[in-house]
Design a protein around this ligand. Structure first.
Ligand SMILES: CC(=O)SCCNC(=O)CCNC(=O)[C@H](O)C(C)(C)COP(=O)(O)OP(=O)(O)OC[C@H]1O[C@@H](n2cnc3c(N)ncnc32)[C@H](O)[C@@H]1OP(=O)(O)O
Length: 182
């Protein structure tokens, strides 16, 4: 299936936010753009499976989540790399913007959920995704861009220009305690 032009898609954010140099540095068979409302069908969740176990709630629930993100202005920047020859997704990543009271109401970019299709790893797609997300974070005015990763991925993020700072702590909620009550 040939690539669907961006102009025919409902996109999560303005495509102009993705820097031209990142677009040009990709292989000619690849295209980088914001997540689109029809990307469930292009395998968005399949690519995320290389990262973790994915519960597929179906297209309707996926589209609902897309619109929840889209209605939070200036907050979610999820992008995808699409194989132009098949119109399927081969790489994904997100930066979301946190608004702080510190640093003069400063803003911070949090990079999340980076994944590249197993068959396409090692071709600099991950690097281009991180470059694009960092550029978006900086263009939106974030004073820093941060992420959590496993020890295994530290060399990858160092190649992307990140350095190790502090430690990650996590507390996972039990099924019972995370039932929404408010
Ligand atoms: C915030 C988060 O989401 S953390 C979770 C990250 N995602 C995952 O772990 C899911 C499974 N892994 C993947 O999807 C991919 O392998 C990624 C995203 C980690 C890397 O994407 P790729 O496209 O394969 O990496 P890419 O080709 O851009 O690599 C860029 C550079 O980092 C290096 N690199 C990539 N992964 C590693 C690694 N695990 N160890 C050492 N170096 C690495 C590459 O060799 C390359 O170096 P070079 O410029 O000297 O040639």
């Amino acid at each position: 299936m040939p690539l669907t032009p961006d102009t025919e898609l409902e996109l999560l954010f303005a495509p102009e936010l993705i820097p031209l140099d990142v677009k040009l540095s990709l292989h000619s068979d690849l295209h980088i753009r914001p997540l689109a409302s029809t990307d469930y069908r292009r395998g968005h969740l399949d690519v995320l499976r290389v990262l973790t176990v994915v519960s597929d709630l179906g297209e309707e629930a996926w589209v609902e989540q897309f619109h929840r993100q889209r209605t939070c202005p200036d907050t979610y920047y999820t992008l995808v790399v699409v194989d132009k020859t098949t119109d399927t997704i081969v790489g994904v990543g997100c930066v979301f913007i946190e608004r702080k009271f510190l640093r003069g109401n400063g803003i911070v970019g949090h990079i999340e959920d980076i994944a590249v299709d197993e068959k396409q790893q090692g071709k600099k797609i991950g690097l281009r995704i991180i470059n694009a997300l960092t550029a978006i974070s900086e263009r939106k005015g974030c004073y820093k861009t941060i992420l959590n990763c496993s020890d295994k991925n530290i060399p990858f993020y160092e190649k992307c220009g990140f350095e190790k700072k502090e430690n990650e702590m996590a507390k996972y909620a039990s099924e019972r305690s995370r039932t929404p009550r408010l």
